[in-house]
Design a protein around this ligand. Sequence first.
Ligand code: NAP
Length: 290
Amino acid sequence: MIVVTGATGQLGRLVLKALLEKTSPSRVIAAVRSPDKAQDLKQAGVQVRAADYDRPETLAAAFAGAEKVLLISGNTLGKRVSQHRAVIDAARKAGVQLFAYTSVLKAPTTALMVGPDHRETEAAITASGLPSVVLRNGWYSENYLFRAAGAVKTGVLLGCAGEGRISAAPRADYAQAAATVLTSPNQAGRTYELAGDQSFTLAELAAELSRQIGRPMRYQNVTESEFTEALERNGIPSAYAPMMARSDALSAQGALLETGRQLSQLLGRATTPIGAVIEQAIRAGQIPKA
Ligand SMILES: NC(=O)c1ccc[n+]([C@@H]2O[C@H](COP(=O)([O-])OP(=O)(O)OC[C@H]3O[C@@H](n4cnc5c(N)ncnc54)[C@H](OP(=O)(O)O)[C@@H]3O)[C@@H](O)[C@H]2O)c1
């Protein structure tokens, strides 16, 4: 049985979708915080089990009979390491044969603010002795859609990434790679640095947006604190705005650039370019045309 935690999240749902294209639903378990959110997964033939990282007592039952577990990193800053430790401990007790974890690009050295949580989690996995595979995911392309939508209104895409190149890929690509890893032999001991094949600067992103919307749009580089303030003015909570601005500033120094193409190797195809992600977001109304 293959267990996926966080299966009702944005990445988790896409992992489930990709897994069901590769294996029978009877082999898949969706381990979720709120089973009531997973009725559709149940209807697709997937076993749904309650698994709350904050309630370790739920995890033993969730992992019973599991051959493989994918831990999708949690989204509660400040609590994630202890949550992840609880999951690792339960997987160890369940005798899981492959433990997969969604980490961050270049976890051992990254200066990104999420780096320490992922480093500590990777170390806990190693210390557990579990046979494991680490999926170090680069930035999601979707992280730029909020800004792209704002740029359509103002004609200006704001940021503090300078000329930094960003090797983003959409969640669906990372999800498909995770499903491949979970259904392929000989994955224990591997670490993948996963990112888009083609990197872009924010100026190039503005140009692509402009081309697709059919109106002039430009990138404006500002300081990190100016960008933080702009994000907060536009409704990003103050707990997240500094982190987003820091990520931008660090991408100016190459923190989000990766040229190893391991994601496309796992996918067996090129990764989805940012232009295609924008096109899809315009079609879905996530980026308004006017
Ligand atoms: N690479 C990137 O650019 C990037 C960007 C943002 C985040 N991330 C990381 O990647 C992860 C997946 O991304 P995403 O877009 O799928 O995030 P997401 O949509 O916020 O999903 C997070 C998942 O974690 C689950 N979760 C949170 N707390 C939990 C708990 N106590 N017990 C059990 N499950 C819990 C959520 O459950 P519910 O469905 O019940 O809410 C949700 O399913 C994030 O959590 C974060 O660690 C990466």
